[in-house]
Design a protein around this ligand. Structure first.
Ligand SMILES: C[S@@+](CC[C@H](N)C(=O)[O-])C[C@H]1O[C@@H](n2cnc3c(N)ncnc32)[C@H](O)[C@@H]1O
Length: 270
């Protein structure tokens, strides 16, 4: 495998190798969970979630009474989700269906009124070919009036222009143990290296335990999708935007927005 492919493979997988850390890091991110749960309840389900991870949104969906199919490439995240499901009542467990696979390829024998790809999962598709394959698959899983909903971070010029040699320090914190226990105190830094040609932001997340034990680095690679580029990609792949917002409270999308939340449907006449 070429070095460049390895870099992308690591950048789309490494961050999902430690579900306890993932859960702790994003525990205060709740607005998107509420948004997708309300939407799925309104649409009546079943819902298909691409990049379901360890169930931050999937489990609340199941609890709300909506049947949900979750697709994810990471066996580690899915294994954690299965463990979490064991603590749920039988009716919730029955509503959640998991599929390990690549969202560019997975074919399910069912169509959904709501297909969603939350929290930057789309940014792990790095090329036009990746995105085209994904949109084609998503379309085959939509009912005729079904909606594809996704949210992605909007590229931030300041972040993209950062010097890759500069480390950005964040306050130290406890890195959780595998079982979610409080864990070791670590110093945390991030370095940003933007490849402007491929429009991929490489983030190196570095963890340095204060007890002097060995440090480690977790890479993350996110494709940068500009609002007009995403609209064009959707258009030329048979989809049209029906609603778009700048946050999960349905604020209008503006040039200062950090997030782009998009609802789309199969394009009329396609
Ligand atoms: C930021 S996480 C989102 C997880 C969960 N939906 C949440 O909101 O917490 C992105 C997820 O996308 C998954 N992923 C990345 N590339 C994928 C692909 N090609 N096919 C399926 N899942 C993928 C990762 O394994 C990860 O679990």
């Amino acid at each position: 495998m070429k070095k460049i492919d390895r870099e992308l493979e690591a950048g789309s997988a490494a961050h999902y190798e430690d579900p306890a850390y993932y859960t702790k890091t994003y525990r205060s991110r709740v607005e998107d969970v509420r948004y997708y749960v309300e939407l799925a309840v309104e649409r009546g389900g079943p819902a298909l979630e691409y990049g379901c991870g360890n169930g931050r949104i999937t489990i609340p969906l199941g609890r709300s009474g909506v049947a949900v199919h979750g697709v994810d490439l990471s066996s580690t995240m899915l294994a954690d989700l299965r463990v979490r499901l064991k603590d749920e009542p039988a009716d919730v467990r029955e509503r959640v269906h998991l599929h390990r696979g690549d969202m560019r390829k997975v074919r399910l024998s069912q169509r959904f009124p709501l297909v969603f790809c939350p929290f930057n999962a789309l940014l792990h598709l790095y090329t036009r070919d990746d995105l085209e394959r994904f949109f084609a698959r998503a379309l085959t899983h939509l009912t005729p009036r079904g909606e594809l909903v996704l949210d992605v971070s909007i590229p931030q010029p300041l972040e993209l222009s950062r010097d890759p040699g500069r480390a950005f320090h964040a306050p130290r914190f406890r890195y959780p143990d595998e079982d979610g226990g409080p864990g070791k105190m670590v110093r945390y830094t991030e370095r940003f290296d933007y490849d402007g040609l491929r429009q991929i932001l490489f983030v190196a997340m570095e963890f340095l335990p204060v007890d002097g034990s060995e440090s480690w680095m977790t890479p993350l690679a996110h494709r940068q999708l500009y609002p007009q580029e995403l609209e064009m990609l959707l258009h030329y792949n048979g989809l049209e935007i029906t609603e778009r917002y700048g946050d999960f409270f349905r604020a209008p999308l503006e040039s200062s927005s950090a997030t782009m939340l998009v609802h789309c449907r199969k394009r009329r006449g396609k």
